[in-house]
Design a protein around this ligand. Structure first.
Ligand code: ADP
Length: 484
């Protein structure tokens, strides 16, 4: 039997570029699928950062063009191999080699229409037709649509099966319906019949959900939640129609990158035997580096996050008084909404030595925070999967989470009777429940250290690798008849 071919199409992938958890997934799941005998490749846009950082290793593959707004726009395709996975990069200086953020531009619709068209034409140019195209999030939602509607007489395209993974339903890629014809080469009929329509425009996310053969999302609980109006982001009815083809599979983490035993960014590496001693040493190093009061015994809670409403930071803002009053230090690493940033700056100014806010994106510091802290707070309003709680557990840092989405699926709350648990949790999205969960964590840490240590051991023993979830993705592919 020949190797089955899977092409991952996404907007970001580690180790090349990352703005959120999507990059972690696209950067680590393919190599795990490779181990299961699949030929997995990945295609992403060539952003400026990649062009600058990786130019020496990128190889030219070919040049061609795609039609955008009735004009032939050139595409340069580059490639590189990382950890046995072949990556392709779609280069267009105007669309992708910009300073600053990866998305959030006026012409995002056109940029990603171009990217998706370039990916489909890449198959023709390389005579490489995967069995499955696995597309991720709104940036790639039109792949199954264009593949099925624009190549009606080409079995090479029609034979491709499509898996579409929702990493975050809140970002939908909604654009003007004028894009259908000129940018995407699709008939206005698809707007009229409702297939790609959202309100008075089109939605890349909805289109992917409607047209993919199978839809997955990144945790079983989120897969249930998005069928409801509370979490469905106005797409719950479309998702309900696809419920038979919808599956939730939790993310793993790349345990080669996230490994406290070998992590080169840590002052003191550790394993499950010396975790308690060395975490304290890491704590002291972090306190020193960030200007916190140096005390290895005080409880330190960390947050490493995008500063947006989704992450429940308004609860932290609301309850700052109660959190500051507690016997603990707080470390926040993140950037995002200006009002949250300003608020945290003000709190830091008034609570030197106890609260520290590092505004920005910093990979090394993130690693050091995961390793140094005792607790990790994620009071999310919704959380499709969440990666930070998995990293925290792996680093022996107990997550304090709201029971939603993947947080509910991956963190086992402390049970003082059975001593089970890998963290602390609360159910309802309100400040007092969050504070109560933080206080329970503190009580356990200070008053019941034996239990606390047991929870740390439980957390570190939890399998957060991709091994299990990669098998679940393979099961999804295996359900295609043609696959067998
Ligand atoms: P999301 O994808 O919604 O942002 P996830 O929990 O799935 O949330 O993934 C977030 C990832 O991004 C984690 O690996 C986290 O450590 C990392 N991260 C978030 N903010 C920062 C930051 N400011 N600096 C470094 N890493 C960050």
């Amino acid at each position: 039997m020949s190797e089955k071919k899977v092409l991952f199409v996404a907007a970001e992938a580690l180790p090349y570029i990352k703005s959120g958890g999507l990059a972690d997934v696209v950067g680590s799941l393919p190599k795990e699928l490779l181990k299961l005998g699949l030929d997995v490749r990945v295609v992403i846009p060539l952003y400026k950062k990649i062009a600058e950082k990786n130019h020496e290793e990128l190889e030219f593959v070919c040049e061609y063009s795609v039609n955008i707004n009735y004009v032939e726009v050139p595409v340069r395709l580059l490639t590189s191999v990382y950890e046995d996975v072949r990556y392709y990069f779609v280069e267009h200086q105007g669309y992708f080699e910009r300073e600053g953020a990866l998305y959030g531009y006026q012409d995002d619709g056109e940029r990603f229409a171009y990217f998706q068209k370039a990916v489909l034409e890449m198959c023709n140019q390389l005579d490489y037709f995967p069995n499955v195209m696995h597309s991720h999030d709104w940036h790639t939602g039109m792949i199954p649509v264009m593949c099925k509607e624009n190549f009606l007489h080409d079995p090479r395209y029609l034979n491709i099966r499509h898996v579409y993974t929702i990493h975050n339903l809140a970002y939908q890629g909604n654009f003007s319906k004028d894009m259908l014809d000129g940018c995407l080469g699709l008939s206005m009929h698809l707007y009229d019949n409702g297939n790609v329509r959202f309100d008075t425009g089109i939605s890349f996310m909805k289109s992917g959900i409607v047209y993919a053969d199978k839809v997955t999302t990144v945790s079983p609980t989120y897969a249930q939640e998005i069928l409801t109006s509370e979490y469905g982001e106005h797409l719950e009815h479309v998702l309900q129609m696809r419920a038979q083809s919808l599956r939730g599979i939790v993310n793993g983490i790349d345990v080669d990158v996230w490994n406290p035993k070998t992590d080169a960014t840590l002052p003191h590496n550790y394993n499950k035997v010396n975790v308690f001693k060395n975490k304290k040493l890491n704590k002291l190093a972090l306190q020193k580096a960030l200007g916190l009061q140096e005390d290895p015994d005080v409880y330190v809670v960390g947050l490493v996050t995008r500063l947006t409403g989704q992450k429940g930071l308004n609860l932290v803002q609301q309850e700052m008084g109660a959190l500051i009053a507690a016997n603990m230090q707080i470390v926040v690493l993140g950037s995002g909404d200006a009002d949250i940033e300003n608020d945290f700056r003000a709190v830091e100014a008034g609570n030197k030595g106890k609260f520290v806010f590092y505004c920005g994106y910093n990979e090394d510091l993130a690693h050091q925070i995961y390793a140094a802290c005792d607790g990790f707070l994620m009071p999310s309003k919704f959380e499709p999967c969440g990666i930070s709680q998995l990293i925290s557990m792996h680093y022996g840092t107990l997550p304090i989470v709201r029971e939603t989405g993947g947080l509910k699926d991956t963190v086992i709350p402390y049970n003082q009777y059975t001593k089970e648990g890998t963290g602390f949790s609360f159910a309802n999205f309100n400040g007092w429940e969050m504070v109560d969960a933080v206080y329970r964590a503190l009580e356990c840490y200070y008053d019941n250290p034996k239990d606390y240590k047991q929870l740390v051991r439980n957390a570190m023993a939890t399998d957060v690798s991709w091994e299990h979830s990669a098998k679940e993705y393979k099961e999804v592919y295996d359900e295609f008849e043609e696959w067998k």
